[in-house]
Design a protein around this ligand. Structure first.
Ligand code: FCB
Length: 468
């Protein structure tokens, strides 16, 4: 059987799904610099906290590093040709702080400016709209040495970085995201040592969280100062959290977890203040003492859209001995990705509805959603990731359901374009719609890439008919 017929047999009609999305819906794929670029010592790049973390024995899976990754630094042109072939309209990428400003302050590195200028122009040439994330976790190591995100000064360094980057690249992209998932930077980075820089001190994590919020607000102010046309937002991960039972203790545990993962970031940006729930949960870890007069006005300045990353439903229950929040958590069943993450599409509907009902009436974008599976190249040379097709069909159906319920969702970026360096899990987790053979750097679009292209093509064909 040929690849084409094997693939055709697995692709169901996507027409009814594609018809559920508005005409201008943006179809995207997402990546992040450290996860794909490689070329860690080239082009004047300096070390970031992720280089240091990956090089520390025992911290990343098998000692994997981003030194080479997908070698996208050298292969970006053919990668972008591949992107264009997949039919997507939008691509979310991040710029590397440690490539652009290796010392964490001072002038930008011209080689890095040239690299990202060429990338953004290359997307435009291919008719793909970029969505640029300014910070996807790669803090320059010198800034970590100076205190990292628990230190307030880092927020101001990020504002300066944003100003310099926007001055150089602002004319090449309209859509900007300040930070990707500050929850991970703060709580996985400083709270439980799962991510770089690998510290486990909850008070530091809470300080980092506030300083990341502040960094967002300060960066937004810089961009507003330079442009009236840029569209700016922040991407937060929003987890669907449910109590394990209907006991009052479990309900309270779920609220604490919600405060410490969702609300600590959504409250100040969209509602202008940390809620009573957030203060009740986090003041004993120093939250109130790091908030300075004027911070909340800066953080709450209006954005143009809200970026939502969604992966999981988590079940929480009370356990007074479990530090720091007196609760335990697990993935909701059925947990079927290779990460053990839950596959519950309705969670995406719930999260989108919640954000638009409780937090903001701004347009929403799902800036990441996806799943890792144990993909392999079969004897025909194909990657038949049927599980990922099911996942995408389910979650896009859930996104469509949210739109049907009135949520102003304007786009969806699947995570990820390529298999890549999955942080502390190294190369052991594959999230790509395109398979990467890391030994040869060959790219093989998986069944899911073919499915996604078909969905987009059908949507565009229907949109074209509607306009005629
Ligand atoms: C998100 C990250 C992204 C990737 C996915 C799987 O939390 O933003 O870089 O690691 O998870």
């Amino acid at each position: 059987m040929t690849t084409e017929s094997r693939i055709a047999r697995q692709l169901d009609a996507t027409a009814s799904l594609s018809a559920s999305f508005p005409r201008d819906f943006r179809w995207g794929l997402a990546t992040a610099a450290y996860q794909i670029e490689g070329a860690a010592d080239e082009g004047g790049r300096g070390p970031s906290i992720w280089d240091t973390f990956a090089y520390t024995p025992g911290l990343s899976h098998h000692g994997d590093t981003g030194d080479i990754a997908c070698d996208h630094y050298h292969r970006w042109e053919s990668d972008f040709d591949l992107l264009a072939g997949l039919g997507i309209t939008d691509y979310r990428l991040s710029v590397s702080w440690s490539r652009l400003q290796p010392a964490g302050h001072g002038p930008l590195n011209p080689e890095a400016v040239a690299f990202y200028s060429a990338q953004l122009s290359g997307l435009a040439e291919r008719g793909i709209r970029p969505l640029v994330t300014l910070y996807h976790w790669d803090l320059p190591q010198p800034l970590e040495d100076a205190g990292g995100w628990p230190a307030r000064d880092t927020s101001y360094r990020f504002a300066e970085f944003t100003r310099l980057v926007f001055k150089q690249l602002g004319h090449l992209a309209t859509d900007w995201i300040t930070l990707n998932e500050p929850w991970c930077s703060a709580f996985l980075g400083y709270g439980n040592a799962a991510h770089a820089p690998g510290l486990a001190d909850y008070g530091s994590a809470v300080a980092a969280a506030h300083h990341l919020n502040l960094a967002h607000g300060l960066a937004l102010r810089e961009i507003r100062d330079m442009s009236t046309t840029a569209r700016v937002g922040i991407t937060n991960i929003v987890t669907d959290i449910a109590p394990a039972s209907d006991s009052a203790d479990d309900a309270a545990a779920a609220l604490r977890l919600d405060a410490a993962s969702n609300r600590i970031f959504l409250d100040p940006v969209y509602l202008g203040a940390y809620s009573a729930e957030v203060h009740a949960t986090l003041d004993r870890f120093g939250l109130a003492s790091v908030v300075q007069p004027g911070d909340l006005e800066i953080i709450a300045a209006p954005t143009d859209f809200a970026g939502i990353n969604h992966y999981q439903r988590v079940i929480a229950w009370a356990d007074a001995r479990a530090l720091p929040l007196g609760l335990r958590e697990r993935a909701a069943e059925p947990a079927t990705t290779s990460f053990g993450w839950s596959v519950i599409p309705e969670s995406l509907t719930a999260v989108l509805q919640r954000v638009s009902a409780e937090f903001t009436s701004l347009p929403l974008y799902v800036t990441e959603n996806g799943a890792s599976y144990d993909d392999y190249v079969d004897p025909n040379g194909d990657v038949m990731d049927i599980e990922r097709v099911d996942y995408l069909r389910g979650y896009l159906g859930a996104a469509a359901a949210a739109i049907g319920l009135g949520v102003d969702l304007r786009g969806y970026y699947a995570w990820s374009f390529l298999d890549n360096f999955e942080w502390a899990h190294g190369y052991s987790k594959r999230f790509g719609l395109v398979y990467v053979d890391y030994r040869t750097q060959e790219r093989i679009p998986k069944l899911s890439a073919h499915w996604y292209r078909r969905l987009i093509t059908e949507h565009q064909a229907a949109a074209a008919v509607a306009t005629d």
